[in-house]
Design a protein. Sequence first.
Length: 163
Amino acid sequence: MIRSPASSADGLIRATIERYQATFNSGDRDGWLALFTDDGELEDPAGSPPRRGRDDLAAFWDHIHEGKPDDAERTVRMVQGPLVCGLEAAWAFELRIPHGERIGVVEIIDLAVFTNDGLIRRLRAFWSEASIRVEILRSPGPGSTSRTSTVGEESVESSSQQQ
């Protein structure tokens, strides 16, 4: 039987991933930066030039949170995982970015290498423009809501009557 490598850092890694998402959702820049090693590396999206060290990571945070001091509307939500094997983990989540009556939803898979202390040594975020969809929120009438999801050129509309 094949088994995935166990890690004494499993609990620490899982806690770091939870804090990674919590600090993003709360706009806690310093808390987010503290999750990385001093020479930590972030490749977001995967295949782009990596950002290395605290200064590059801070510049990345500032860029994606530009103009949103508390980022209360921009959230991430885990949809699968994390799956931890040794000192590596993968997890899937959605980044939801409201903009008026629309919400941009980016589907992302993160793959990271951690230290024995549970800090992120290297993180790669897998997403592309093809993984982005737009949800249009509107109220068609009293007591009901409608949501149209647009992916590429296709759209799907659903309605629900509130009780």
